[in-house]
Design a protein around this ligand. Structure first.
Ligand code: BTN
Length: 277
């Protein structure tokens, strides 16, 4: 194996764990550029304005509340209490697209919640973080292109996590969930969560290129091996989930045959049984 240029610059007597050393160096170097506001219309909108003005990669806009939180597909995102954050990603690398970034973000948020709050949630394809009670977190990656080009200029990676007591509106009562935390610790936990997420996100280039995060995604994917209803792909139909491919496609089998879903929505059928039964 040819040594990499990094190997060549190592002191001759070095015998330690290179990966650990690199991680330590990265940890020491990470500086956070977090802009925190009590209330914003949408952190994604503010972050996009900052990015258009030249804000650096990983600049993060955080709000405790949003008056007009944006959700996927023109939906709004209920943002009463929680961690609402948007991170500027500036990758010119075509291997990094918004879909993969979304999947990777789901893994980062899932891992950060585990680490900081000690709670293991599930990842619902494509990118919701869920508990048995409902949706805990939504992710919205918005891509902005260089003028007159199909090259991405920046992506705004928006994350909304419901934290603390919530008064969900009637239509969300059965579908949304919140992580209830001790009120006196809420602010500290929010900051810790936010920083952990940014730290994990900062590794996106290499993790997305080699798809090493996909095994984590599969391990915590809530629909794996489940009978589901597929919607958003013509007439709703029933299918069984066989896996998730390396590009985040949901591998399914239905009466129509095998299909890899690249978009759409799946919901777990209540009478679920494992596919081997
Ligand atoms: C979805 O599940 O529909 C995606 C929701 C994404 C919500 C977050 S909250 C922080 C950021 N700012 C927004 O306006 N939206 C995203």
């Amino acid at each position: 194996m040819n040594p990499s240029t990094e190997d060549l610059y190592l002191p001759i007597e070095y015998t330690g764990d290179l990966k650990k050393l690199q991680q330590k160096e990265q940890k020491a170097k990470m500086k956070y550029n977090i802009i925190h506001k009590h209330l914003l219309e949408s952190t994604n909108t503010t972050a996009a304005e900052l990015a258009a003005g030249g804000a650096e990669e990983f600049t993060t806009v955080v709000a405790d509340h949003q008056s007009n939180g944006k959700g996927r597909g023109e939906h709004s995102f209920f943002s009463q209490n929680g961690l609402y954050m948007s991170v500027v990603i500036r990758s010119a690398d075509t291997a990094v697209n918004a879909t993969l970034l979304t999947l990777y973000t789901a893994c980062c948020v899932h891992r950060a919640i585990r680490k900081v709050c000690g709670f293991t949630a599930k990842i619902k394809w494509v990118n919701d973080i869920v508990t048995d009670e409902g949706k805990l977190c939504g992710i919205l990656c918005e891509s902005y292109f260089k003028p007159g080009s199909d090259k991405i200029d920046y992506v705004i990676d928006g994350i909304g996590i419901n934290l603390g007591e919530q008064e969900f509106p009637e239509e969300l009562k059965n579908v949304a969930a919140s992580l209830v935390l001790p009120p006196q610790k809420l602010e500290k936990i929010k900051i810790k969560l936010c920083k952990k997420i940014i730290r994990y996100l900062s590794k996106y280039q290499s993790k997305i290129k080699d798809r090493s995060f996909m095994n984590y995604y599969r391990e915590f994917c809530s629909v794996m091996d489940k009978r589901v209803m597929v919607s958003g792909d013509g007439e709703p139909y029933e299918a069984v989930v066989m896996g998730v491919d390396d590009d985040g496609g949901l591998m399914t089998i239905s009466k129509k045959g095998a299909k890899i879903l690249r978009y759409g929505e799946v919901s777990i059928k209540p009478e679920n049984t494992l596919r081997s039964e």
